[in-house]
Design a binder for this molecule. Structure first.
Ligand code: NI
Length: 137
């Protein structure tokens, strides 16, 4: 049976600050630039979740798009949208909320909710020009 990749786009707004506690403000600004702002700042994150697998002979689906949509809404948007990632999201209390780390956290949450036989890839845009991709490797 043909393998097809199904994509679902989602969106969330969130605030963050990138920094290492043990570094000075100057050092943090050198490494993390504007994202080191101690007063936080927001990004409009665009998320693309890709699910690859064989088309189910009975339904004609790789995954039910409604199921995928609700999964992203309930597990990711509810958790991250309009949140201060550093302060309000457990995973980022000890992990710098870079686009890379956010993508890994999202992938880990979704991976256990999607059938093992389906391949999962998460693409996360932090800005229209900056994006990261994670597929569990
Ligand atoms: Ni930032």
């Amino acid at each position: 049976m043909a393998k097809v990749t199904v994509h679902r786009k989602a969106h969330f707004n969130a605030a963050h600050r990138l920094y290492k506690r043990e570094w000075s403000d100057a050092q943090n600004t050198t490494v993390f630039g504007k994202c080191a702002n101690p007063h936080y700042h927001g990004h409009n994150y665009e998320l693309i979740v890709a699910v690859k697998g064989e088309i189910d002979a009975e339904t004609g689906f790789v995954i039910d798009m409604k199921v995928l949509k609700d999964l992203i809404k309930d597990e990711i948007e509810e958790k991250l949208d309009h949140k201060n990632l550093n302060e309000e999201v457990e995973e980022f209390k000890t992990l710098n909320p870079t686009a890379e780390n956010i993508a890994v956290v999202i992938w880990n949450i979704l991976r256990v909710k999607i059938e093992v036989k389906l391949e999962l890839t998460v693409t996360l845009y932090e800005t229209p020009r900056n994006f990261v991709v994670y597929n569990g490797e």
